[in-house]
Design a protein around this ligand. Structure first.
Ligand SMILES: C[S@@+](CC[C@H](N)C(=O)[O-])C[C@H]1O[C@@H](n2cnc3c(N)ncnc32)[C@H](O)[C@@H]1O
Length: 273
């Protein structure tokens, strides 16, 4: 089992661990939990195939991006905002000699991990129901921390300093955090892109869009280093218009850092003296 922060105790419910007592939830976390409870009520275990097909484009995108994680044998890997755990399963499949831990606030999402495990013939080493705002794990033990299309759910009123500090606390020296497939927007368009993102999700959960300047500031304060890869890949987008827009950004690469789009973000901890 991963090491826990001193003073933290954990309990297991089925395969899923959680800190005990559970910390108080924020309204945004309550929304995420309610969202996945609704999915579970609607689909149950037998609806797994529908959920899998709904995720198919994301799964293909992850396969295109997974090299960014640079998983090596013997590493301990944490996925945050793992949802149904499919990306952790794929990480385990790519590098079976890694120890993979998947964490999410929504137990009803994590419960689908078993179906992905069965499909892919792997087993996630640990499943954790916990908040990214207070991860129960001890410092400096993860060689890789990653999230797929999840970082933008972790801000507090668009402020990511709390989560980035928490990730830096957990990274082993020489480790790296990789946040894949995130929507970003320059300042002049951010109000509109945020409103649009929320509308698309019908406000079911608190969608956000990253502001790279704010993210860089939040990372610089605790001494971390942030690298941004603009990634306007048109494949597997949700609509023909999104694919056409990304094709434009992809062909005219100078536009990618100027207009709203998709980024992959890597965070590395300060060098140890
Ligand atoms: C957009 S979903 C992405 C899930 C998964 N990565 C995928 O692509 O299918 C964002 C995930 O972040 C989780 N999440 C949101 N806020 C969280 C928090 N404060 N702590 C832990 N997980 C959180 C949600 O429950 C959800 O599973």
């Amino acid at each position: 089992m991963v090491r826990l922060q001193s003073g933290v105790t954990a309990e297991q419910d089925g395969r899923i661990w959680r800190p005990a007592p559970a910390p108080t939830l924020t309204p945004s976390e309550e929304k995420e939990i309610a969202y996945y409870s609704g999915i579970r009520r609607a689909h149950g275990d037998t609806g797994f195939f529908d959920l899998l097909t709904a995720k198919a484009n994301f799964i293909r995108v992850f396969q295109l991006l997974a090299d960014r994680l640079d998983l090596q044998p013997g590493q301990t890997v944490l996925e945050i905002g793992a949802g149904q755990g499919w990306a952790s399963c794929l990480a385990k499949r790519r590098q079976p000699a890694c120890r993979v831990v998947a964490a999410d606030i929504a137990r009803d999402a994590l419960l689908y991990a078993a179906a992905y495990e069965q499909l892919l013939g792997v087993r996630i080493d640990e499943l954790w129901e916990c908040s990214v705002r207070a991860l129960p794990f001890a410092d400096a033990q993860f060689h890789r921390i990653f999230a797929f299309a999840s970082l933008h759910h972790f801000g507090e009123r668009h402020d990511y300093s709390g989560i980035l500090a928490e990730v830096l606390r957990l990274l082993a020296p020489g480790g790296r955090a990789v946040f894949l497939y995130e929507n970003w927007s320059p300042g002049w368009a951010i109000g509109w892109t945020r409103r649009r993102a929320r509308r698309q999700m019908r406000d079911a959960v608190d969608e956000d869009v990253l502001h790279l300047g704010h993210l860089r500031d939040a990372c610089r304060r605790p001494g971390g280093r942030l690298e941004v890869e603009f990634w306007p890949n048109p494949s597997f987008r949700e609509s023909a218009s999104a694919a056409a827009y990304m094709t434009l950004l992809n062909r005219c690469r100078f536009l990618a850092p100027l207009l709203p789009g998709t980024v992959n973000v890597t965070l590395t901890p300060p060098a140890t003296p």
